[in-house]
Design a binder for this molecule. Sequence first.
Ligand code: PLP
Length: 396
Amino acid sequence: MSKSAEHSWSFATRTVHHPAAEVRLQPVATPVYQTTTYRATEAEAIAEHSEEIGPPTFYTRYGNPTIDVLERVVADLEGGERGLAFASGMAAVSTTLLTLLNPGDHVVAGSSLYTATAKLLTHDLAELGVATDFVSPDDPGAFARAVRSSTRILYLESPSNPLLSLTDLAAVCQIANRHGALTVVDNTFATPYNQRPLEQGVDVVLHSATKYLAGHSDVLAGCVVCGRERADKIWLKRTLLGGTLDPFAAWLVLRGLKTLALRVRQHNENAMLIARALESHPAVARVLYPGLPSHPQHSLAVRQMSGFGGMLAFELRGGREAGIHLVESTRLAVLAVSLGSVESLIEHPASMSHSLLSDEELRRAGIPPGLIRLSVGIEDSEDLIADLKQALDKLA
Ligand SMILES: Cc1ncc(COP(=O)(O)O)c(C=O)c1O
């Protein structure tokens, strides 16, 4: 009970000072600790907590019990020592890179990255004196050739966005180890259900938890999982930059995570069926899906992934015009950016998610004008195939 309960305070005071909850029950669902600050019994305890890197009991930008549960669950699912939750995937990416990089450092990154991550590297981090070279993500030799004595990080997304190229994680880890560099992998597309990079030697895994981890298109969140010492440094940077996740958002991600395995299993199954159906349609020039034997890195996918994911891309014979027409013609797949949700989302990268890129940057990233990206949802696969077929038939 709070100190205020010992006195008979006036009405206005009693509306403000409520007794602290004394909970004897063990709730099954994680409660939302929607509080920014915590009662202390001794002044000195606050000073101790402000220095503490352990459980959060001080101020929510440093940590919070609901966020703490999410961080422990994500660390467990990725097989790492410590997890950290952020207000968005980009807060996770930027805080991690700002922690691990210093002026004069060099990064080698896969050339097919999420656009905001690429812009962060080429603009903001470049302004701080960090140089980045982009290399073909499917060629470990290209990573090896780009490494310099100042290289601190090999950064990649596998499967990549939007081309579904894979990077051989074990091969890139070997290169990084030889040169004393770190590997950082954005595992958003695969999810820990389909791929656990830390088990393959990667140093830091991060996610836009906005996508599959939360899974319902209703919350922005990010997370990082890595070894404790490195995570403690990223945690400190997070408290200073302020990108900590909100407790209610953490609760939404935790709720989504309970069905991650069920959802991803269905995403995997639907995507495989749709990829096969698309391959046989005359309006489609090629389908990019790691689960298809026609994918140039299918054998690598079989080796390093336990499922092939819910993301696929396909190129239309009709180019940019056909791409725009197709995404405006589906009735079930929703025309929207983002991915990883229960509902199927379709987009045309050249005019939507990658519209920030110039024509030259699009060409360099290997994104053809008729490319379509599909985030396959958990709807009935026959309905999804029928929907895509009616939209594709209109192009013929
Ligand atoms: C692969 C990948 N990484 C990071 C991000 C950034 O995540 P957020 O939008 O949660 O900041 C995205 C967003 O689309 C993404 O697709």
